[in-house]
Ligand binder design. Structure first.
Ligand SMILES: [Zn+2]
Length: 350
């Protein structure tokens, strides 16, 4: 038994070092090690000896792998140490999907608790929102972000992301690829890249057609960006469709009508995170018709300098029959789905 476990550990280590299937690689030895390690505490001498042998073999294996063999930034897999912490969060799966639209003033941040217990953070507000976002996630009982999505590199979306990365174990990171001319040189963006590199994380490109996961009734996939050169960072926004059973959520970042018109995927959704804080150049009538949301959430700051949300957008949402939830009026709003129905923890201000 212990010999088999050691062989699996070697195989797992090899596959991790070569950067594939990190999750599986660490799950296998974890599962295989459990019985023999439990044997350590057994009353039977044979079992204890076997347990000790397995632990020694594992220790020898870990020590034998040169540190350089572990994936390193930036072109590598998520940090081995972070990934090995099996079900890191203390939260058990609830069978419910919860989407928290965090009040970060004039900015975006959505924290998602998936039915299987995994978590996703889409955007992280402004730099000053970082500590509050981290505290909110911790209060929910999580210490891991399985999927981190930066919709686009504007500071009201990636501001608190470096802090989130430094505060939690992080799985996959997704960002859109911007043209060289459009790539920002801001300190907020550089700070994010540094945090990603320091943690040994790899960035996957967010673009239409890329799936984050699909199985067990849960799926998430990007439906935009469809282009590669816009001359406007907002249009690069990663637009994510999250589905659980019959319920669907669409997260649009700051995508405007330019990007909306390029989207060919089925975007029908129960809940729409309204694009670009309710700006008049987002949420076009044709796009809104395709989404036909029951609920529309606008993440927007009180008395912001941009005049968000635009009266024209509010009028389109009203005509479309969507109930509008605004974070400047309600603070953080949480939607819950059991796969059949969606409900919010607050009522929209009339
Ligand atoms: Zn924005």
């Amino acid at each position: 038994m212990w010999a088999a476990a050691a062989v699996f550990a070697l195989l797992a280590g090899w596959s991790a070092a070569s950067g594939r299937k990190e999750g599986l690689a660490f799950l296998l030895p974890a599962v295989l090690f459990l019985p023999p390690v439990a044997g350590l505490f057994s009353r039977r001498k044979g079992m204890r000896a076997r347990g000790a042998a397995v632990v020694l073999a594992a220790a020898a294996f870990v020590l034998s792998v040169p540190s350089g063999a572990w994936p390193a930034a930036p072109a590598a897999a998520p940090s081995a140490r972070e990934d090995s912490s099996a079900p890191a969060s203390g939260v058990s799966s609830s069978g419910k999907l919860r989407v928290h639209f965090l009040d970060v003033g004039e900015g975006d941040s959505e924290f998602v608790e998936l039915p299987d217990g995994k978590t996703m953070l889409i955007d992280a507000g402004n730099p000053e929102n970082g500590p509050d976002i981290a505290a909110y996630i911790r209060k929910l009982g999580h210490d891991r972000i399985d999927y981190l999505v930066a919709t686009h590199p504007h500071s009201d979306h990636i501001g608190g992301m470096a802090e989130a990365i430094r505060s939690f174990a992080v799985g996959a990171v997704y960002m859109p690829r911007t043209s060289e001319a459009d790539t920002p040189t801001t300190s907020v963006y550089r700070n994010l890249l540094t945090a990603i590199r320091d943690k040994g994380l790899k960035v996957s490109t967010a673009k239409a057609g890329v799936s984050l996961f699909d199985g067990g009734g849960e799926s998430a996939a990007f439906v935009a960006p469809n282009g590669t050169d816009y001359g406007d960072l907002n249009q690069y926004s990663a637009v994510l469709l999250l589905a659980y059973g019959k319920n669907r959520f669409l997260f649009t970042g700051d995508a405007g009508t330019v990007s909306e018109k390029e989207i060919t995927a089925d975007v029908r959704a129960d809940v729409l995170k309204v694009g670009h804080h309710g700006s008049g150049t987002s949420t076009g009538a044709a796009f809104l018709k395709k989404v036909s949301p029951k609920y529309a959430v606008i993440e927007v700051g009180k008395d912001n300098q941009y005049g968000h949300p635009a009266a024209s957008t509010l009028e389109r949402l009203r005509k479309a029959g969507a109930a509008v939830y605004r974070t400047d009026q309600l603070g953080t709003v949480t939607f819950t789905s059991d796969g059949n129905t969606v409900s919010a923890d607050k009522k929209p201000a009339s």
